[in-house]
Design a protein around this ligand. Structure first.
Ligand code: PCA
Length: 204
């Protein structure tokens, strides 16, 4: 059966919960039109997460790679358009704080996703979920993993890869105190719609 690798991240910085973990757990093992979702969680660690992603890819051999990340403060579901060859920003969970580094010294400056992000946004809005395409995944772990997924997609014909940033859950919003949140079931349902659109666009 064709596989979809769906990844999430562990908690990081002052986000004590990462709702991507709950979404991945909720969707792990379900099937959409003959595609099986395999969920995995990665560390928020610049040294480890790329290796983890590669290991999951090797294990699952997915046709589609969709990675999820929390964007605390955003209030819409935001499929990402572009990943850039930059590591920079806040300390990761191991205390590593890259400044203006490249992900790959000789890597392309950027990769555009080949997921159907416009279809995702249109479908989400049609179903009543606030959504828009984001033109920056930042320069932290999420951008890093999106870039790695797209390197793999470039090298493997027919593979689709990309990234979706999600808002906080209500639970995290309450705990954090300064960011908007969504109901957890809505987060799961919205990500499922994005996966359905991807299956629809790639299933031929
Ligand atoms: N969000 C962070 C890293 C892990 C996560 O869930 C980001 O946007 O880079």
């Amino acid at each position: 059966m064709t596989k979809i690798l769906l990844t999430g991240f562990e908690p990081f910085l002052d986000y004590k919960i990462n709702p991507t973990m709950q979404i991945v757990e909720a969707l792990d093992g379900i099937k959409i039109d003959g595609y099986a979702i395999v969920g995995r969680i990665m560390s928020v660690d610049f040294q480890q997460s790329a290796g983890q992603l590669k290991q999951f890819i090797e294990e699952v051999k997915p046709q589609i790679i969709i990675s999820l990340g929390l964007a605390g403060g955003r209030f819409k579901i935001t499929p990402e358009r572009i990943a850039i060859n930059v590591k920079d920003g806040e300390p990761d969970n191991n205390g590593y704080t890259p400044v203006d580094e490249s992900i790959y010294e000789d890597g392309a400056d950027a990769f555009l996703t080949n997921l159907p992000i416009r279809n995702m946004v249109n479908r989400l809005q049609a179903e009543g979920y606030p959504a828009e395409i984001s033109n920056t995944a930042g320069t932290y772990l999420c951008n890093n993993i999106m870039y790695e997924g797209l390197v793999y997609a470039q090298q493997h014909e027919g593979v689709h890869a990309g990234f979706i940033h999600i808002p906080a859950s209500f639970e995290l919003a309450i705990q954090h105190g300064k960011i908007p949140g969504w109901n957890s079931q809505d987060l799961v349902a919205a990500v499922k719609l994005c996966i359905e659109e991807t299956v629809r666009a790639t299933n031929h």
